[in-house]
Write a protein that binds this ligand. Sequence first.
Ligand code: C2E
Ligand code: MG
Ligand code: MG
Ligand code: MG
Length: 286
Amino acid sequence: HAKNNGRNRFQLYDTAMNAMAEERLQLETDLHHAQERGELVFHYQPQLNLESGRIHAVEALIRWQHPDKGLLAPAAFLSMLEETGGIVSVGRQLLLAACQQTARWQAAGFTDLNVAVNLSGREFWHDTLIANVSDALAQSGLPAHALQLELTEGIFMEDVDAAVDRIRALKALGIAVSVDDFGTGYSSLAHLKRFPLDVLKIDRYFVKDLPNAPANEALIRSILALCKGLGLGTVAEGIETRAQLESLRKLGCQIVQGYFISRPVPADQIIALLGRDWLQAFDLAA
Ligand code: C2E
Ligand code: MG
Ligand code: MG
Ligand code: MG
């Protein structure tokens, strides 16, 4: 009886595994066609400047408008796209789209708007990176200084000298470079000063327990002081509540991003956000 039970369990497990493998394979096949079908798009999430009360930049975040499954977030497919290497060609196409879109927003009157685009390690290290970025700028007419590329700490750990060279080459194009999710990886502070970065994004891990989280407040204060010393701008990520916004403002964070301000939205919803006076909207005007 026990044996039987065990075999049934094994068969159940086996069936479940097969179903998962099949689903994964199906998703991989779908993903293969997603790019040519135009199903991979950017949504944009605003970054608010708390001094001006205006949207300073938008971060482009990949979404998959799947024909049956609906809108998928990167967690559902990005690692697949990275493993297959498909991210390089998708990233190139989307980077151009983001530059063109931002050039249109600028032409609509939001001349100071910047756009931030994420790069995975695979894209950062690819031979065509510099050419892709420079083509996207040339084809879109977007001023280079309006583009920011977001890199994660992992990239900095692989080969420090080569990474420094590559970031220098990017910066030679006139664009800005930021370190994303700062404080969650293994990069050391000593490394930080070696990289010619412009902006550090404070991970939402430091924000989530605010207010009334003295240790996190101390960490954020230190990060802000460090950035000031190194001449880096900062963006705090993951602001979900008004209390978090207020406490970050008190700590001296100038630029904030998170669901409390806006979730990532399709491009056609951005203009409405760019026109808003946010300090007034949040009743934070001094
Ligand atoms: P990230 O660059 O750190 O982007 C921030 C993530 O946090 C986004 O998730 C965003 O939707 C989410 N987020 C924003 N505000 C809040 C908040 O207040 N609370 C919480 N809980 N989350 C918030 P998303 O869009 O799922 O993207 C996940 C990651 O996927 C990104 O993290 C980035 O590393 C990667 N990614 C996204 N788009 C691209 C892309 O086009 N290329 C590459 N290579 N990676 C991308
Ligand atoms: Mg990012
Ligand atoms: Mg981030
Ligand atoms: Mg992140």
